[in-house]
Design a protein around this ligand. Sequence first.
Ligand code: SIN
Ligand code: FE2
Length: 217
Amino acid sequence: MTADLFSCLPIVRASREEMAEGAVLLRSFVGDREAELIAALRDIVAVAPFRRMFTPGGHRMSVAMTNCGSGGWVTDRSGYRYSPDDPETGKPWPAMPPMLRELADSAALSGGFAGFAPDVCLINRYVPGAKMSLHQDKDELDFGAPIVSVSLGLPAIFMFGGLKRSDKPRRFRLEHGDIAVWGGPSRLFYHGVAPLAEGNHPLMGPQRLNLTFRKIR
Ligand code: SIN
Ligand code: FE2
């Protein structure tokens, strides 16, 4: 009887996978907050559109980026940093919608980090072929706070290594709605994203979005 009643509901099971000490993958954590999250992103991008920035070495990144919060991560010929204003518009980045902040806080808590309170969210857009080389997130002042990373759209292969660039990364498939949290002993682990495979996500189209929440001060 019960089986008949529920047979029309999609089965999305949240589950967790340990990536390393202090690092966890929360599968399908976004859950029914998906529509609200996508609507909030649309509003942010209308004010601060995605753009492909240049690395200090003069290479144009394949990933397009924007930000919300009290600062935004930027890169140009003079280096990587957090800027209170969007260099494209000269205006402050859009504020972080409370819904985004709450999602990040609850994911951090599930990952074992209470009281996260991120002040910045970097939003990355990958089209097929776009990638992110191995790097550490180390432009923040406070390494006591974790990184919370939300995936939407096409699946990606996330590479998660160790404290040394030469540490062999483990590979994890990040899917729509998954959230990765890393902090404590793995806060400064090298990580990156393999070139995105071709595809068309039913909701997001031929792209992947990633939101990384950080506490920068
Ligand atoms: C990043 O490390 O900034 C992005 C990670 C991701 O896209 O999953
Ligand atoms: Fe990163």
